[in-house]
Design a protein around this ligand. Structure first.
Ligand SMILES: CC(C)(COP(=O)(O)OP(=O)(O)OC[C@H]1O[C@@H](n2cnc3c(N)ncnc32)[C@H](O)[C@@H]1OP(=O)(O)O)[C@@H](O)C(=O)NCCC(=O)NCCS
Length: 134
């Protein structure tokens, strides 16, 4: 796939952040849990928007760490809903970094998280039909 097509497929970044030295593991790279939490936040934003309300994370699937994240990287999480069930939504995510001294984009992680739309009692509620943009 071309770089342009890849970007269209990926959608827009939902979160952009920069990890701190306190997010490092003992190898000097960024702790995997840090990027997982960033992905969960980004996916939660997209799922809440799509379902017009509260959601919870129910599963993390097909998670791959391709390359390390380093202190100084600018980290962008791209997320889009790829499947909607009755109450569940699968959100496909990619994490792209730009290193401090290198303008190129590097895909460092990807994964599919599943969220469930919940009501005020924490029970599953139906995901409403997608709002039409006029
Ligand atoms: C999410 C939760 C409300 C679902 O409750 P439940 O009694 O299992 O509800 P259901 O069996 O009706 O399943 C609801 C939906 O979740 C989906 N689901 C449940 N477990 C799943 C799993 N492991 N993977 C993917 N989808 C799952 C079901 O397929 C169903 O989807 P659909 O409505 O689109 O058909 C409940 O499991 C829960 O509260 N989990 C804890 C969530 C949480 O705290 N997350 C943060 C962790 S830090």
């Amino acid at each position: 796939m071309s770089e342009a097509a890849d970007k269209v497929e990926r959608g827009e970044p939902v979160i952009r952040s920069a990890p701190m030295p306190s997010d490092m593991n003992s190898n000097g790279d960024i702790f995997g849990g840090w990027v997982l939490s960033q992905m969960d936040i980004a996916g939660g934003i997209v799922a809440a928007r799509r379902s017009q309300g509260r959601t919870v994370t129910v599963a993390v699937d097909a998670m791959t760490f391709h390359q390390p994240i380093k202190v100084g990287d600018v980290v962008s999480i791209y997320a889009r809903v790829i499947r909607v069930g009755r109450s569940s939504m699968a959100v496909r995510m990619e994490t792209i970094v730009v290193r401090r001294l290198d303008p190129g984009e590097i895909k460092v992680t990807e994964g599919t998280f599943t969220y469930v739309a919940i009501d005020e009692n924490g029970r599953p509620r139906p995901v409403p039909p997608e709002a039409q943009v006029s």
